[in-house]
Ligand binder design. Structure first.
Ligand code: NAD
Length: 563
């Protein structure tokens, strides 16, 4: 069977005909080992004289990378250094990322990637991934065929309309697919050669970009309506044709397109939307773990969401189906989820609701403010995904503490400056009784001699494992059931020890094991649901591990036997 490259740095023997030599080898980021080429490799591969004489181990190189990262004066410089390394020596980049994930992932991804996207045109050095525009219409397949790798298994694609909480960044949003795919490789071992970042530049309505002479994207208004749909349709079809086993992740599309595209494609392609489904998976997992701390049941929660966009509605749908699986009738489950959008509480009497919101519109008096809603609905759990900083003020948090012995408070909006409240606020205004998670990382909080460890509902706990599970099972669809299984599995990865410290997500240091466990749970859903033509391997966990790219150098020349 055709498989992705599996821990397969080819050996000299494998590629004696075509293995690159000399400078060509040093300029191949997938194979380059820099100063770590051994004497035998330097001899056999035409490298004499091309490298400094002192030979390093990969560990010494990783230490050197970390030393350099720490010396850089600010996060953007650190980001640029790391991207430069990725362009020169992929194995070293990923080894450093895997070994120092807690330190480096905020540089490679949020929050630094947000800054990098804002400056993307000015910092632009070399291409990474594929960019498509309306001028490629009718020829998108040709463009995808220009990509050098045929066995692409994961595409992350954006149209740059809603980059993190930063809005429309047009072509500058390419930093997001690039960063997300680095996390697929670091966290779940998806081979970098199987990952393809894609930007569909449909224009931008951010006029500041039009007037920037250095802007790398199309300085024209965003495509809309049929023209937009035809372009995305052609991309989806071409991607499936050129890379028949690919899974496509939609990322940072604007609200009005994200739900529409998910509805349009979910039953036709192997695809999902991370902002809707990935967020839902990680938040449901956090909720399960929080309920273990407070010894509550999901079917007994009343949840108020501030925000009714991609993140909040995605979570609401997944939580409601979890409640249904645990015995509630659909109406009862939906009745436990309440939404407040920019206009107020979502109730049946409102006439401005789209279908996705209408599902959660209850026969109930309208209330304009969150404070009124909290008093009227008496939630056990408050989840913020509104992008409204400080929306969970003291009054709201104190009310949650009055209504509940242990209120659950998730302030998911990113970046940190947009969070509905800080971890410290959540603990302070509930006398330390809240179980808290943020969308961004928050430092530990010391209060009255107690230490509180805030959780981070980071999608990185979910999407890499889901991708690995889909790849391992050759699933042809990505289903909500897979995200439900991933959430349950992620909760199971949180130990009693973690919970005792108030941690509701596992340490990022364990992410590769966590992703492998999630992949197993997801693959089982695929096999049980017949979402694949593949026969289940007899040792599925072992098979999944065998697929994981390990960025440890291997020898490119036959090792001489001594004695
Ligand atoms: P979105 O634009 O789809 O939704 C935003 C929602 O907030 C809309 O329903 C809007 O009506 C509502 N809103 C705006 N102002 C409001 C107000 N004053 N009061 C109440 N509601 C208001 O965006 P999204 O994709 O759902 O993302 C929302 C936030 O969640 C962003 O800050 C994003 O960074 C964050 N997010 C976090 C995670 C995570 O923690 N893992 C994942 C995805 C998104």
């Amino acid at each position: 069977m055709d498989r992705v490259r599996i821990k397969t740095m080819p050996t000299f023997d494998d590629r004696s005909g075509g293995f690159p030599r000399g400078l060509e080898l040093l300029h191949d980021p997938g194979l380059n080992k820099g100063t770590a080429f051994t004497a035998a490799e330097r001899e056999a591969l035409g490298l004499q004289g091309l490298l400094p004489p002192r030979i390093s181990t990969q560990q010494q190189q990783v230490d050197h990378v970390i030393y350099n990262v720490r010396r850089k004066p600010n996060p953007l410089e650190k980001y640029l250094y790391l991207i430069g390394l990725q362009d020169r020596n992929e194995q070293l980049f990923y080894k450093a990322l895997v070994d120092h994930l807690e330190e480096l992932s905020p540089l490679v991804y949020t929050p630094t990637v947000g800054l990098a996207c804002q400056e993307y045109s000015h910092l632009y050095r070399r291409p990474r991934g594929i960019t498509l525009t309306r001028y490629d219409r009718g020829r998108i397949k040709e463009a995808l065929l220009n990509w050098p790798h045929r066995n692409v298994r994961v595409i992350v694609v954006t149209d740059g309309e809603r980059i993190l909480g930063l809005g429309d960044l047009g072509s500058n949003g390419m930093g997001i697919p690039v960063g997300k795919l680095s996390l697929y490789t670091a966290c779940a071992g998806i081979d970098p050669a199987a990952c393809l970042p894609v930007m569909i530049d449909v224009g931008t309505n951010n006029n500041e970009l039009w007037s920037d002479p250095q802007y790398i994207g199309l300085p024209e208004p965003r495509l809309e309506g049929e023209e937009y749909d035809t372009l995305i349709d052609e991309f989806m079809e071409a991607a499936g044709d050129v890379f028949p086993r690919v899974m496509i992740q939609l990322e940072d599309f604007g609200n009005r397109n994200a739900f529409r595209l998910l509805d349009r494609y979910r039953d036709r392609y192997c695809m999902f939307d991370d902002d809707i489904q990935g967020t839902a998976g990680v938040t449901l997992a956090g909720l399960y773990s929080a309920l273990r701390i407070i010894k509550g049941k999901i079917t007994e929660q009343r949840i108020v969401f501030l925000g009714a966009g991609e993140a909040a509605l995605g979570i609401g749908n997944l939580v409601a189906s979890a409640m249904i699986r645990q015995g509630l009738a659909e109406e009862e489950a939906l009745g436990r989820c309440w939404f407040v959008d920019s206009k107020g509480l979502i109730v049946a009497g409102r006439e401005d609701l789209n279908l996705h919101k209408r599902r959660f519109a209850h026969d109930f008096p309208f209330h304009r403010t969150l404070a009124e809603v909290v008093e009227a609905v008496r939630p056990t759990t408050l989840i913020g995904a509104s992008g409204q900083p400080a929306a969970f003020g003291p009054e709201i948090l104190e009310a949650m503490a009055r209504l509940n012995e242990r209120p659950i408070i998730f302030a998911l909006s990113n970046p940190t400056s947009r969070a509905e409240c800080t971890a410290e606020d959540a603990y302070r205004h509930t006398q330390g009784r809240a179980v808290f998670a943020g969308g961004s990382p928050f430092p530990k909080v010391e209060m009255n001699g107690q230490t509180f460890v805030p959780g981070q509902a980071n999608n990185v706990y979910i999407f890499p494992g889901v991708g690995l599970g889909v790849m391992a099972s050759d699933a042809t669809r990505v289903t909500d059931e897979m995200f439900a299984a991933a959430a349950k599995c992620l909760d199971e990865q949180v130990s009693k020890d973690d919970l005792e410290q108030g941690r509701i997500f596992p340490s990022l240091a364990r992410i590769r094991d966590v992703s492998a466990a999630i992949a197993l749970a997801v693959a089982k859903v695929a096999f049980a649901g017949k979402l694949t033509a593949m026969k289940e391997p007899s040792n599925l966990p072992g098979y999944i591990k065998s697929l994981m790219y390990d960025p440890v150098y291997s020898s490119y020349v036959p090792v001489k036997k001594h004695g």
